[in-house]
Design a binder for this molecule. Structure first.
Ligand code: ADP
Ligand code: ADP
Ligand code: MG
Length: 601
């Protein structure tokens, strides 16, 4: 399968606001395809715009019409307001959807769209302006009674900023006022680091945003990033659609997101959601948006971070647990329709059908090589299927990843009835996601899911920085593994039951379907230390599910189930040293237990 998932889980129908609407998407990649999908579901026209490198990109072929807007240079294409407005005029567009990034939070763009008589799928330009500046946003949040991080936003004078940092107390963060995407943020642990932090933050801010104003904030040392999805309409309604947890970050950028946020006490959650709605109401916010908070994991205090006045990358997990198509809501309220969702939609949805959703951002970068961005051609792409899996991607087979754009090539989203089940489902889905021709962070996500913080839901935004990364992928690739001969021999005659993670899921599957004698077991393929046992006696396990991990040669090796089976006994314990050939786990499988009709993934 190389296409994107057909629709988000959309159980709450949002009617098309206007059958004659023509939606131009001023963006590219997965978010352009996502908006086009909602237009297609409504049966309305969509217009893709593209720069030279994107001539054959999927968003261009999937839209009902497309317009060329310029060369690779961003300033002359996706960031060119005149080029996009020209395309809108040529194509007869009635609406402009900005996606995220690019021009989505540019006040001048919102104003130009409105001035051209088009419908802007975002909040009023005044809201974009007040929330786009962290200086202004802090003031508005304070007026709405929302707690802000102790900080300083009254002057750009270096001495005044340094004096404020002394008053606030180190460590402090210097943050670009116009910032976004984690750019223009620097930490100073002590006064002697202040000048460098200020200079670096200003330089990066000027390069990224053309504005080098900064704020200084107390650095929260055990921070969790929790955000609230809000929606307002043009008739004064404002509601929230619950929380998301986005603490797994690298360089202030999100890597994994979940909905709802777990590990949040009910009072804190209720206060944060009320604060987000208060802010939304206060500014007359009339679109979908996200209010981001930092929660101090130690004290449970929460503070306003910023408001993103656009659809968020991780809107998907909220869609999965609420059954609401947020792009549909965004286009509907932009057209002037009143919000039809009730203020308790989120709570009712979760009470009726408990759900937890996790998104893994799949990027073209080398996780074991300093996360260096990678370019290349996607030769083959295999995507997991199943009702619990959603794949929102920029790529298809044959896609060329060029150096011009963001490294996010797809988002793998799984949904289950509980957080542990969602984690297990994501592990399985990651093992079935195969992207050939390009180095990606898929294995990095698999490694991430094995970390105790992740399993317990106990992450702070520093967790990734504080956890040593393996020097290379901890997952054995059968095709290239030094263990290949050994493991194949050692696993015989029970290799059908368990195998190392194999590059071909089909091999595992067919293997498992052939045999499965009661009492069969898995032996250790090499000497090592049992680091974690992920199953219990009596558990039914699915193909691809990780059963236990062994550490050898400073690497973690997960052992996964080749096919569906049940655990009869666990013959080792975590922390135990094992030798080659030791029995690790025994199964109760009989041939009739094996479902040969389809994939368990
Ligand atoms: P989210 O909170 O939805 O994850 P991010 O802040 O990470 O959003 O940004 C989403 C995307 O938009 C990223 O590709 C990021 O680099 C880009 N981006 C965010 N803000 C800006 C901005 N002001 N200018 C340019 N790109 C931005
Ligand atoms: P951006 O506009 O780039 O998204 P944010 O203000 O949302 O900027 O900050 C991005 C990330 O930086 C947050 O998710 C959080 O991890 C971290 N961060 C920001 N401010 C603080 C702070 N005062 N203390 C600790 N971490 C912070
Ligand atoms: Mg942010």
């Amino acid at each position: 399968m190389t296409t994107n998932s057909a629709t988000p889980s959309n159980t709450t129908s949002i009617p098309c606001p206007d059958p004659d609407m023509v939606v131009l998407v001023a963006n590219r990649g997965e978010i352009a395809r996502r908006v086009i999908r909602t237009c297609a579901a409504w049966g309305v026209k969509s217009v893709a715009v593209y720069a030279d490198p994107d001539e054959h990109a999927p968003h261009v072929t999937e839209a009902t019409a497309s317009e060329h807007i310029g060369p690779a240079a961003l300033a002359d294409s996706y960031l060119s307001i005149p080029a996009i407005l020209d395309a809108a005029k040529r194509s007869g567009a009635t609406h402009i959807h900005p996606g995220y990034g690019f021009l989505s939070e540019r006040t001048d763009f919102a104003e130009a769209v409105v001035a051209a008589g088009l419908t802007w799928a975002g909040p009023t330009p005044a809201s974009v302006a007040s929330m786009g500046s962290k200086i202004e946003a802090r003031k508005v949040a304070e007026r709405a009674g929302v707690p802000v991080i102790p900080g300083f936003n009254d002057s750009q004078d270096p001495d005044a900023l340094a004096a404020a940092a002394d008053r606030i107390g180190y460590p402090i963060l210097v943050k670009a006022s116009a910032g976004g995407g984690g750019k223009g943020i620097r930490i100073a642990h002590s006064p002697d680091e202040f000048d460098t932090a200020l200079t670096d933050a200003r330089t990066e801010a000027m390069r990224s945003f053309g504005n080098d104003d900064v704020i200084v904030e107390r650095y929260i040392t055990r921070p969790r990033h929790i955000e609230v999805q809000v929606v307002g309409d043009k008739h004064g309604a404002a509601i929230d659609l619950g929380t998301r947890e986005c603490s797994v970050q690298r360089r202030y950028q999100k890597v994994v997101e979940e909905a709802p946020a777990s590990n949040l006490d009910p009072e804190t959650e209720a206060s944060m959601r009320a604060a987000a709605v208060a802010l939304t109401t206060r500014i007359g916010y009339d679109s979908v948006g996200t209010v981001e908070f930092i929660v101090d994991a130690a004290s449970h205090e929460f503070f306003f971070l910023e408001m993103n006045t656009r659809i968020q990358v991780e809107h998907t997990v909220t869609e999965q647990v609420t059954g609401v198509d947020l792009i549909a809501v965004q286009l509907s309220v932009a057209t002037g329709e009143p919000l039809t969702l009730s203020p308790d939609h989120f709570d009712t949805a979760l009470a009726t059908s408990p759900a937890h959703s996790i998104e893994a951002r799949i990027t073209a970068e080398d996780p074991w090589g300093g996360h260096m961005p990678q370019t290349g051609l996607v030769t083959t792409l295999q995507v997991p299927d199943g009702d619990d899996v959603r794949w929102d991607a920029a790529i298809v087979e044959g896609s060329e990843i060029s150096p011009f754009y963001d490294s996010v090539i797809g988002k793998l989203i799984v949904t289950a009835g509980s957080r542990p089940d969602a984690i297990a489902a994501l592990e399985t889905a990651l093992q079935s996601l195969s992207i050939d021709g390009l180095t990606t962070n898929v294995d990095f996500h698999r490694w991430l899911l094995l970390q105790p913080e992740m399993r317990l839901g106990d992450m702070t935004t520093r967790f990734l920085d504080e956890t040593p990364l393996p020097r290379s992928t901890p997952f054995v690739d059968m095709a290239h593994s030094p263990w290949q001969t050994l493991s194949a021999r050692r696993l015989t005659p029970h290799r059908s039951e368990l195998a190392f993670d194999s590059p071909s899921r089909d091999d595992r599957w067919h293997g498992s379907a052939r045999t499965g004698d009661a009492g069969s077991h898995i032996e250790s393929p090499f000497p090592g230390l049992i680091t974690e046992i992920l199953v219990d006696v009596g558990d039914s396990v699915a193909a691809g599910q990780t059963l236990l991990t062994i550490e050898a040669m400073k690497m973690l090796h997960p052992l996964t189930a080749a096919g569906p089976t049940t655990i009869a006994s666990i013959d080792v314990s975590a922390g135990q040293q094992v030798e080659t050939g030791d029995t690790l786990i025994t199964f109760t499988q009989t041939p009739s237990d094996i479902d040969t009709t389809g994939s368990a993934q």
